[in-house]
Design a protein around this ligand. Structure first.
Ligand code: TYD
Ligand code: MG
Length: 465
């Protein structure tokens, strides 16, 4: 076999150069050269070899109508974790490559070990390849986990890609975990582990072996908070399924959602809680969040959607006179730019200007909501905090709401309104503030605050009597 050589290819213009440079000689962009392997001299590479057959004549193929394409029933490997199976679209597909991305400490190793333990208990051949931890560290974690058969999982602690590939070809497990794509190292490339070139090489080589040996691979990848580091982003087009594991290390709740799935919908999400004996599925997340809602000024319940599942979460805000030239805007669990937009609309269209106040907004429990339907909850929480009035539903419970804010101060409808309302009524949170009831933010804020007024005067009345 010809020896592979490496070249540096610009990700913007495709210019190739033998050495790395900070600036692409082709297009002048900075930091765009990425190392790639090439097979030397005329060996049939992917492009050239496929174009011409032996005689230089290429045979055409006959297109087939989709209706007559045979579809084999797709077997699925159940991970024994209901929420994870759901997100995968009914379990792992044999031979598929699943990327599980998440920040360090979120619980990727825990979740994948638990899945393998269940698969091992169900009699499947499994393998855990760790390039991050030693075999004894993996064992210590496995011992703490409940369920499945954690100590039956065969492990390999190895960082060299070629060794890992050889092991995979020899062992041929049905399901394999590779933890993580950033710490495996291909000797064929000079760049450091975790660089874009390495990550791409590692993933594509593992995929090649996994597809030929029909191994389902759970590939673990780290992403930083802003997803900036050379990370799983470059692999998204390569793998069959991308799962995002979200939640903060210090918080209890974590969510897993599919951002890409060739074998199922991306509308699924699962909620987990980190306990001493591993991750536990949270099936009644709404009940907990509603029960814990404070109902103090600055608190409101948002009817959110986790994929296709409704979830009630508490959104809290704190507004405080600022001592800084530029007041603070701190957002946890929501997008910072979204907060800025909501504050601008509140000031311009609902008469609640907060130019000289620090504003803090937090989604309780470490849940992240990335949907425009959260706008109204942010606005009402901030309005309630700014006015120092608590928001109540007519039943005396916390006030629930959802809806998107338009830049002209109107409330806009969002998807799955009926499911959100059903979830709210399940917890007896009646009269939900939402776009079907109020056309503008001003009206929604006025009606919500008026309700708290009514309660306040009632209480005064009771006290006086
Ligand atoms: P880990 O799965 O190692 O995270 P990752 O692989 O994503 O980096 O574990 C995350 C954290 O969870 C770790 O700090 C310890 C904690 N943890 C528990 O609270 N309970 C458990 O049963 C386990 C295994 C871990
Ligand atoms: Mg880990």
């Amino acid at each position: 076999m010809p020896a592979p050589r490496t070249v540096h290819v610009c990700t913007v213009c495709g210019h190739e150069s033998p050495r790395w440079a900070g600036r692409c000689p082709g297009c002048g962009e900075w930091n765009t050269l990425v190392e790639e392997t090439r097979v030397r001299d005329g060996a049939p590479g992917r492009g050239a070899g496929q174009r011409a057959g032996a005689g230089g004549v290429v045979a055409a193929v006959v297109p087939v109508a989709l209706a007559s394409v045979a579809v084999a029933p797709e077997p699925r490997l159940s991970t024994g974790i209901g929420e994870l199976d759901n997100v995968l679209g009914g379990g792992l597909v044999p031979g598929s490559l699943v990327l599980l991305g998440g920040s360090p400490g979120v619980g990727k190793s825990t979740l994948t070990t638990m899945a393998l333990a269940n698969l091992a208990a169900a009699g499947h051949r499994t393998l855990y390849i760790s390039a991050e931890e030693s075999a004894s560290q993996i064992r210590l974690r496995a011992q703490r986990l409940s369920g499945g058969d954690p100590l039956a999982i065969p492990v390999v602690a190895e960082t060299d890609l070629a060794t890992v590939l050889a092991t995979l070809e020899q062992e041929r497990p049905e399901v394999c975990v590779v933890d993580s794509v950033q710490t495996l190292h291909s000797g064929g490339l000079t760049s450091a582990s975790g660089s874009v070139a390495q990550v791409r090489e590692v993933a594509s080589e593992i995929m090649r072996v996994a597809k030929t040996a029909a191994i389902a691979v759970l590939l673990v990848g780290h992403v930083t908070k802003d997803g900036a580091l050379a990370g799983p982003r470059v692999l998204e087009h390569l793998v069959d399924c991308v799962l995002q594991f979200e939640g903060e290390r210090e918080r209890t709740y974590r969510t897993v959602r599919a951002v890409k799935n060739r074998f199922g919908s991306t509308n699924q999400a699962g909620v987990f809680e980190m306990r001493d004996d591993g991750l536990v599925e949270v099936l009644d997340a709404s009940a907990r969040f509603v029960a814990e809602a404070t109902r103090a000024p600055g608190s409101v319940v948002l009817c959110a959607m986790e994929g296709v599942r409704p979830l009630l979460v508490e959104v809290q805000a704190l507004v405080h006179a600022s001592e800084l030239e530029q007041p603070r805007r701190v957002a946890a669990g929501i997008d910072r730019n979204r907060l800025a937009l909501v504050l601008a609309v509140l000031g311009r269209h609902a008469g609640i200007g907060l130019g000289h106040a620090d504003v803090f907004v937090n989604v309780v429990g470490g849940i992240r909501v990335d949907e425009p339907g959260a706008d109204l909850a942010i606005a009402l929480a901030v309005a309630s905090a700014a006015r120092g009035r608590s928001l109540q539903s007519s039943s005396g419970g916390p006030l629930a709401c959802f809806g998107e804010l338009g830049l002209t101060g109107e409330l806009r409808s969002v998807a799955h309104a009926d499911r959100r309302l059903d979830e709210a009524s399940k917890f007896r949170l009646g009269d939900v503030v939402e776009p079907a009831r109020h056309r503008t933010l001003r009206a929604a804020v006025a009606s919500s605050l008026a309700r708290s007024d009514a309660r306040a005067s009632n209480e005064l009345g009771v006290n006086a009597a």
